[in-house]
Design a binder for this molecule. Sequence first.
Ligand code: 6R9
Length: 544
Amino acid sequence: MEGEPFSWERVHPIFSWYQTGKVNMTYEAVDRHVLNGKGEKTALHYISETENWSLTYRELQQEVNRWSHVLTASGVKKGDFVFVFLPKHPHCYIAMLAAINVGAVVGPLFEAFMEEAVRDRINDCEGEFLIADSSFLSRVHREEIPSLKTVFTTDKEAGEADISITKEAEKADDEFETVWVDLEDGLNIHYTSGSTGKPKGIIHAHRNMIQQYQTGRWVLDLKDDDVYWCTAHPGWVTGTVYGVFAPLLNGVTTVIHGGRFSAEAWYQVLEKAQVTVWYSAPTAFRMLKASGDKTLEKYDLSSLRHILSVGEPLNPEVIHWGVEALNLRIHDTWWMTETGAQLVANLPTRPIKPGSMGRPIPGIEVAVLDEGGEELPPFETGHLAIRASWPSIMKEVWKNEQKFNSYFPYGEEWYIAGDLAYLDEEGYVFFQGRSDDMINSAGERIGPFEVESKLLEHPAVKEAGVIGKPDSVRGEIVKAFIALNTGYKEGEELLEEIRLFVRGRLAAHSAPREIEVIQELPKTQISGKVLRRELKKGEIDQAG
Ligand code: 6R9
């Protein structure tokens, strides 16, 4: 209604629970569409180098139901954690939806995670169930994860796992009585890095669907006939919320591309699947741009009508490339794991100001605060703050109330993102960086502490300080400064060994691309903490 302020309650009537009082995200994302006559519509379209096939909403429902039977028969109950460690494949989507369908909290793990990243996450919340690809199982050391009761694999043979979920599912019924939950019950957990401490488990509730659905309409501009592709893996919150939940809640066809990035492969997916709405990230766009017009010219991308970006600053040059190469403006969006859904965005109907992430969507109020928590006028940079609360805000930080409260340093009124920004006179938000030491490399959020801790486990490393070094393609790269223990000599071989040490235990994206050996690290006088800021300043000064 014109003039009336938007209220999120206006979105509630689209959900079944508005009528029935029975809540489950999977029901709204899958079953509701089948009941509403959309059963024959394509839900998932899978494309890889060797495969190209689809599942309708009805087929997806049946598959999710069969997997749900296997999960409950294996003891998965409401509120349990079910981790999913699978590549980008329909199995990953089915596993997530089935876990939610049985009332569990799903924890998608990034496919690049190595053994210690996997172990630390499952141990933190004492996860009991894991659905994994058999080729990833060598990275799951069960003797180090005592809480883990049952490991399912998607292979037809259980092998090293306890149960083949696909084999058992073949024998299961394709109808399943949804496990009903409350809007406030846990939906998913994503571990995310801050500048201190180990990654924290951010838990979201089923109520998140309200904002996931609505931002799908407003920001992604999803319409009934859309073919939508979000390039992110569900291990990153974008791949979960905007790869799985938002498109399915909106009942569109969603594309899953298995395999690594290459400009050719990606353009092929856009062409083959006739993608209309495409959600990706600045690093990917920069890599496509770098692959040149000659590559692009080979493909017919005329189906595209709307492109969006998230995760890191979208440079104006990239927007200009989009206009020239694809004849479309790339729409930036801003949100965080903790916020559960987009909060600031360039809506398709509004003018774009290159360099700005857009404006708060209806129902969201942002401000920029100074160090004392007072609102700053336009064009003054300070802490980006969101007025609490909104439907998709995190429910809790697992077993860490102190961390949860740290997002509200000025009281309950304002959620503080940890980003620095300014607003212009029209309320457009301009990102200016992080207020902490978090690193953003190719959209991947990397906590320096986790990398430093890992470096220190290597016998040669005495001290370590890790920063994000500015990089023209990836935004930032992980750079480590280390001091060596006596008896170790600096040399290419040793540095490579140290790099592989981190890579092999955490993940490729966390491993320092550059390691510099220095005599001693700058530290604070009082607490002896490594002064990452000094290291970073030196790096930026050097780059001029
Ligand atoms: C969804 C997601 C959140 C942090 C966030 C900010 C950075 C996200 C951005 C952006 C500049 C954008 N970030 N979107 N920076 N422009 N459009 O990215 O979640 O992985 O938790 O990261 O990413 O610094 O605080 P997450």
